[in-house]
Design a protein around this ligand. Sequence first.
Ligand code: SAH
Ligand code: F3S
Length: 465
Amino acid sequence: MPTVFIKTFGCQMNERDSEAVAAQLVAKGYVLAPSELVADVVLVNTCSVRDLAEQKALAKMANIVGVARKNGRAPLLGFMGCMAQSRGRQLVETLPDVDLVLGTQKFHRAAGYIDDLLAGRRDQVVDTDEEPGSQSAIREHLLAGNSGKAVTAFVSIMQGCNQHCTFCIVPSTRGAERSRTLDDIVSECRELVGRGVREVTLLGQIVTSFGKREIPVKDGKSAFVQLVEAVHAIDGLERVRFTAPHPKGYGDDLVEAYGRLPKLVECAHLPVQSGSDRMLKLMHRGYSRERYLGIIEKLRRVQPGMGLTTDIIVGFPGETEADFEDTLSLAREVGFDQAFVFKYSQRKDTPAAAMPDQLPEELIEERHARLFEMINRIAAAKYEALVGRTVEILVEGPSRKNAGRFQGRTRSNKLVLFSGSERHRGRLMDLRIERTGSFTLYGDPAVVGMDDATESAVTTEPGLA
Ligand code: SAH
Ligand code: F3S
């Protein structure tokens, strides 16, 4: 049977899409290859959000072509995802060895097209058309390499985004908002729990807009909060997460849900982008600095130890030193547990690309360095403050980076490493934090015998981690 390797760039949505394509191929008898060097089919799942991400995927494909030629091999090559969607046919014109270009509404067609290409029924496929209902097509899971031992899983709940932030290419690569049905999502989650999953992360480009048009507000609860409640009610599920929300989706119903639903972990990724009202308006973000800070305050009132992360863009067109200082002061005021700082990147056909006063690269670099330093200093202190504390983790399995250790995450999504073993997989454990590394905590079971740890009477102070 043919072997396949998928290289994924970009966000968790892309990881989920790759997983679904892999599962689809495995179900047809394809075998997953350990690397692109030996695979009969090599797919590159791409990101378009910044130019750097596109350049990386293009360089990767050029390298795959070069190495295959040198080794006298001719694997079937495909691009899929956001860059495939935005560049389409242009990709096969610049890289003629590429056989397949699969847009963001076509993942479920991957196996069919690959079969056709391998059988010689087609020479080349470029399919970036819209496809109604494609949001419901990403269903198949490949749990922990299909060993069925995964403790956590991503579940796609909606696709696309209608917010049209002026810097962002996502509304054009992923299309307009389309939601799956609530029943469909809940039954997928239930099935995953039946297969051993203990934590689900609900995924979408703007999850807080889930079901807005289809599901009416009920008892003051938005469609998204209704979904979170329905998933929360699944027996055997321990934790619910979601990403990415939009700050404007944090109404009182969602804030209040954190206090009411114990499986909803106290953790929120709230992309702020800028601390300057002037920039927020030019970015078309739909909230002010004050409203954003108000949401943070309310969340902390409900859950004092709320883990807060964000995305920030520096160097948006027209950003002055004063605007940038507003961002610095917001970051200081909130004290994020982690923040992703991005240098503004001009994207094709976005309104911001045509705005006057695009900033020079050196200035963007300089602001990036200043903010990055501040963010890391604050975050390091947040991690340091956990030393000596007891935290609850959900054990995911062996550490990916640190051989010999096991890993889990705190409720606020901080990575914890400890010396564990297979029998801890899928268990909730209390660990005492001994020391910190770069965005990593090192823990030890909180009570004498590790065996007793999950049954221990040691209580995690609410909201500490
Ligand atoms: N809601 C989406 C956002 C996707 S883009 C999600 O997380 O799925 C992720 C982040 O990339 C954004 O929050 C923003 O901070 C950054 N980003 C988007 N477009 C960008 C651009 N043109 N230049 C720099 N950073 C950008
Ligand atoms: Fe992009 Fe803004 Fe939507 S960042 S994904 S247009 S909320």
